[in-house]
Design a protein around this ligand. Sequence first.
Ligand SMILES: Cc1cc2nc3c(=O)[nH]c(=O)nc-3n(C[C@H](O)[C@H](O)[C@H](O)COP(=O)(O)OP(=O)(O)OC[C@H]3O[C@@H](n4cnc5c(N)ncnc54)[C@H](O)[C@@H]3O)c2cc1C
Length: 438
Amino acid sequence: MFEALPVPHGLVRFGVAPDHPEVKNVINTFDEVAENPNFTFIGNTSVGTYVTPGSKKADLEISELRPHYDAILLSYGAHEDRLLGVPNEQSLKGVMAARSFVGFYNGLPSEQGLEVDLSQSETAVVIGQGNVALDVARILLSPLDELKKTDLTEKTIRILEKSRVKHVHVIGRRGPLEVAFTAKELREMLHLPNTTFHMDQDLLASEMERAGKTLDRPRKRLMGLLEKGIKESKPDQPKSWSLQFLRSPLGFTGTDESSGSQLKAIELGINRLEGENNSRKAVATGAKESLECGLAFRSIGYKSVGIQGVPFDERKGVVPNMDGKVLDAEQNIVPGLYASGWLKRGPIGVIATTMADAYQTADTIIADWTIGKPMLTADSTPKEGCKSLLELLHSKGHRTVSYKDWKKIEQKEFDLGAKVGKPREKFLTVEEMLKVLD
Ligand SMILES: Cc1cc2nc3c(=O)[nH]c(=O)nc-3n(C[C@H](O)[C@H](O)[C@H](O)COP(=O)(O)OP(=O)(O)OC[C@H]3O[C@@H](n4cnc5c(N)ncnc54)[C@H](O)[C@@H]3O)c2cc1C
């Protein structure tokens, strides 16, 4: 397993919210596999240069791997976030991708340069109504004493100590029936202490009436939670959050005209819903409104990026595949090349879904192997794996990180965390991680 960072676990470490440690238990499954003597973790080693112009050259290319393996499984996730495509979303202070903020507070090295200042304004908006949007809202509104017990980085805790954020609006372009978050995350939001919840009760009632019996059980339960949340919400609390529906961002305005000025407001277009159940579309009414806020988090999804020498479907943002077997532009199977995870099916789904399709790809590999399908090279002699690749990397002065090394880094994180009453204190830079091994 080649991993670009010195540390494993991908979004389980850098995405999943710090106050959801139970979700991270999948790490134990990773450890079980990693302790198998037939498994080798090679961290701090990127494979495949991204096709995006200006991308850093990878430590190894797929073509360099091919002679050493019978099969290659691509599982490098979806690391770019989607843009709204509206004015000023990348030029104002205070507007950022939810993914970047999440990476920042979870200690992702590449996001540590993000400018996060929560002291500028009392109001934040989150654009998007999925679980990541609620994660961001919850981190902004949770009592700090609770967060201090998690593995949220100390750097973030210092920033939250200065936070003035009291009101968070979670904005969606469609209606309550189309929200993408799940019951657990909603319940947590509704149970935030000293926090009032607002949403349009009439819209919820009319949408539920319209959907009638077509509502499936999970959706019905979710709508029931919203109804209960509205009814039980205590008014006039010091903090508040709201779900705002039928709103599409049209642009952001700053405190002055200059690029790099502080966000002052978001312009929203007001929509109405058209179409039948399951295919409700947001249609602009032409009406607009402006919402004052000093922070805006874009949480509208992610995308994978292609790497050199591997087929990639730009439109769908995935490596084209059939049950995990990579397909070329003519839809022919590329022997020995497989895909899994968000790269295989797009950046949707939780860890359980990602695991399920990893099992499916593994079954495909085993089936191909068993029936003797041609693998990566025409020559059928057994391949020796990473031995000479490691020699090559080390001869170039490249530093790899083994699973044992990772365990040393992890132990140090546990030790540092214990000093401040946290499960772990993450290292924020690759240099700091590697320094543990010196
Ligand atoms: C913010 C956020 C919060 C989430 N919270 C939850 C949650 O609470 N519960 C839940 O069940 N699911 C959650 N998910 C979803 C879950 O994280 C994903 O389903 C899962 O992590 C996808 O796994 P993956 O292996 O496809 O990608 P990733 O987890 O992204 O793993 C990809 C790995 O590939 C590495 N990599 C990238 N490029 C290269 C390269 N060129 N060479 C070598 N290595 C490379 C990356 O460093 C990374 O370690 C969340 C997702 C996000 C974004």
